[in-house]
Ligand binder design. Sequence first.
Ligand SMILES: Cc1cc2nc3c(=O)[nH]c(=O)nc-3n(C[C@H](O)[C@H](O)[C@H](O)COP(=O)(O)O)c2cc1C
Length: 199
Amino acid sequence: MTAAKHTDESFNMKSFTGTQGTAFEALLARRSHSKVTGDAPQHDEIARLLSAMTSIADHSGLHPWRVIEIRGTSREQLGRALAKANGTSKEKGISKATRAPLILAVIASPKKSKKVPYWEQEAVATGVAHALGLLLHEAGWGTMWRTGHAARHRTVRRAMGLEKREQLVAWLYVGGIPERDAKPKPRKPLDLKRHLSEL
Ligand SMILES: Cc1cc2nc3c(=O)[nH]c(=O)nc-3n(C[C@H](O)[C@H](O)[C@H](O)COP(=O)(O)O)c2cc1C
């Protein structure tokens, strides 16, 4: 896939939904949506998007990740755990966890390996979270990656049903994009001198 030349004139988020665009265009167009509507992708759509994760870079092909769909009242279970972890009221925790109709928890689920250290396996799960957010955006869904310290609190881990070696890397809050937010997000250009050098 070749990188498309990006100009301000060509920047139009609508043209980046669907599957016509390049990865370069999709990445330029990606943005988070902190507020989403009550629509959510169904299980089959999530499964289809995850089927593309076969190409995520993955040392030894361990597939050391899994995704948990959290919908409906299961979000309240998470919200109660968040409240406990953050020392806030149950209502506050529940209102945080119900900001979107669907939360996708991306979990690093490391496999025993002499060759592949834990951090490499967590990097694979993080790659899945980034790619999944990108694909959801391309499909026209709003997402917001949220975690924070509570994500690794034992109460939250228990509520999520994590095994000992597992770690949560992302909660992707997913929902419909409100009409007023269906527009590109202006970005400051990167200072590439800071991010790209030669040895
Ligand atoms: C690992 C990770 C954790 C994050 N956790 C939070 C969070 O808890 N709350 C929050 O407001 N933003 C969080 N963010 C940032 C948002 O997902 C989002 O990237 C940010 O608001 C900037 O918006 P943009 O993605 O459109 O540039 C997190 C991002 C990452 C990568």
